[in-house]
Design a protein around this ligand. Structure first.
Ligand code: XMP
Length: 510
């Protein structure tokens, strides 16, 4: 399988670079610069190498460097930002602080002839983020782009196929970034672009079949796309040796628990244990209204239930998790396995010792995980589903959680989701649900005064859930949902639509 090496020098965009390469149907593998030698690189038959950015200055002796032999290894290299400076530095260039000329953000770049810029206009806006710059190039390297403040915004050594760009072609703010990467992959490295997500699945399955042979693996399956896709992948590799524990904490959406059990156990044949712990969770939550306290109780209880189930299973060697790349970013990047900080797997007690943790999806972005899931047979409804928080409906009920209040929010939520589905919107919201407020209000129904709770409907549009806009849903859809909820859900007297973005609000109510 042809592959590209993304050599990580500590930049923020290493995974994004790998993803952009995969989007061009070429497999990309990321390795920290100090975890692979020149010898290993030569033996691995990479079609090309990308040096990532990084926060250091190449002229500091303590900065990450690489074996100079890479320049003459006969493998094309593309250096980006710090990687651009490092590549030139290894070749003998002078790099200095750009005292007058740091560049951040969109910057107009002028291109000169280079195979990297084939098909590009003479100038384009590119994303810059640097305080150092290349001042002088050695013989053999030519300048191929510049900006007003940066004479060497790109260089190349055509003979040795070395290319550097000061800007970031992997971010969407750079116009023609995808074209530049394609020029490198296909024009310079001669890749054929025939990689498919199926190849990732196949090679992962082979890898885990070998490394987990004879071991028992435990996975906490939530029914969300990440843990589901991880479960299906490992199930294909080790079959019955993967045991999935699905803890139903009683805070799931309408029919969710039964649907998950049916799908994973009956239809997909997973070795699944469903634990119905609703009553246990509800009794612990009785009388609790503080949002953080609710989360803590649910987290701690989850671990207790999960641990109890695991004990019943006897010796388990490996814990598997559906960690995906954005989780790693959120919990701080590092070399070691990062335990997903979400309540359902975070902070497992030390008494639950595992030899190993495997995270088969840790390099993938959400949409890639959806693709993996679907290709492994996950029904589209599950593969494309909106996120659902680990603590479930508990963070959508302001005030106390009771059976009665759970019923209200569950029914209202089911109606709202059904109406959104029926509306078949061109751009459906990225997350949408009903929440139950702790406010009651007066209403009138059939000439009678009512006094019931207020349900809030929320729908947001977002790329990454870090910020979000409230979705401009059609009024007639809102009207239908509102009228059905007040008519069909006993105890609800009023329905409001949340028009707050994030910030200042969060997506969830608590
Ligand atoms: P917030 O409310 O923080 O939500 O704006 C952002 C995204 O995270 C989800 N979320 C959670 N997921 N455990 C989870 O597994 C949690 O405690 C939790 N809180 C929020 C939320 O649904 C949204 O997609």
């Amino acid at each position: 399988m042809e592959k590209i090496l993304v050599l990580d020098f500590g930049g923020q965009y290493d995974q994004l670079i790998a993803r952009r390469v995969r989007e061009q149907r070429v497999f990309a593998e990321i390795k920290p610069y100090n975890k692979i030698s020149l010898y290993e690189i030569k033996n691995a038959a990479y079609k090309g190498i990308i040096f990532t950015g990084g926060p250091n200055s190449v002229y500091d002796d303590s900065s990450p460097r690489f074996d100079k032999g890479i320049l003459n290894a006969g493998i094309p290299v593309l250096g980006i930002c710090y990687g651009h400076q490092l590549l030139a530095f290894l070749a003998g260039a002078k790099v200095s602080p750009a005292l007058d000329g740091s560049e951040y953000g969109k910057t107009q770049v002028r291109f000169y002839g280079s195979p990297l810029f084939d098909g590009l206009p003479e100038t384009a806006a590119c994303w810059m983020s640097h305080t150092d710059r290349i001042e002088q190039l050695p013989d053999g390297l030519e300048i191929t782009a510049s900006t007003d403040k940066c004479c060497c915004a790109a260089f190349c050594d055509r003979r040795r196929r070395l290319y550097g760009v000061q800007f970031h072609p992997e971010v969407t703010h750079t116009e023609y970034g995808a074209q530049i990467l394609a020029n490198f992959l296909f024009g310079v490295c001669g890749c054929s672009g025939d990689w498919r997500m199926e190849d990732f699945i196949e090679s992962s399955v082979e890898k885990y079949r070998a490394s987990l042979s004879g071991k028992r693996v435990l996975l906490a399956l939530s029914g969300g796309v990440d843990s589901s896709a991880a479960a299906l992948l490992l199930h294909r590799a080790i079959g019955e040796n993967l045991v999935c524990v699905f803890v139903d904490h009683g805070l799931l959406r309408k029919n969710e628990g039964d649907y998950a059990e049916r799908t994973f156990k009956k239809e997909l044949g997973l070795n699944l244990i469903r634990v119905n712990a609703g009553e246990r969770f509800l009794s612990k939550l009785r009388g609790v209204t503080d949002p953080e306290k609710k989360r803590r109780i649910i987290g701690a209880e989850f671990i207790r239930v999960f641990e109890k189930e695991a004990k019943k299973l006897g010796k388990i060697d490996v814990l598997a998790q559906g960690t995906i790349y954005p989780d790693i970013v959120e919990s701080g990047k590092g070399d070691s396995a990062v335990i997903k900080s979400h309540h359902n797997v975070g902070g497992l007690p030390e008494t639950m010792a595992f030899e190993e943790i495997v995270e088969p999806l840790r390099e993938l972005f959400k949409d890639e995980v959806r693709q993996v899931g679907e290709r492994l047979g996950l029904p589209r409804r599950l593969a494309m589903r909106q996120p659902f928080p680990g603590p479930g409906l508990a963070v959508r009920i302001a005030g106390e959680i009771t059976e009665e209040r759970l019923r209200m929010v569950r029914e209202a939520d089911a109606i709202f989701r059904e109406e959104i589905k029926n509306a078949d919107l061109d751009a459906p919201p990225d997350q949408y649900f009903a929440a139950l407020t702790d406010t009651k209000s007066v209403g009138v129904m059939g000439d009678k005064r009512t006094y019931g709770y207020i349900i809030a409907l929320r729908a947001v549009t977002t790329d990454d859930f870090m910020t979000a806009e409230w979705t401009r849903l059609p009024f007639d859809l809102l009207e239908r949902a509102g009228s059905r909820i007040t008519n069909e859900v006993a105890g609800v007297s009023r329905v409001v639509y949340d028009i707050t973005g994030k910030p200042p609000a969060t997506v969830e109510f608590e």
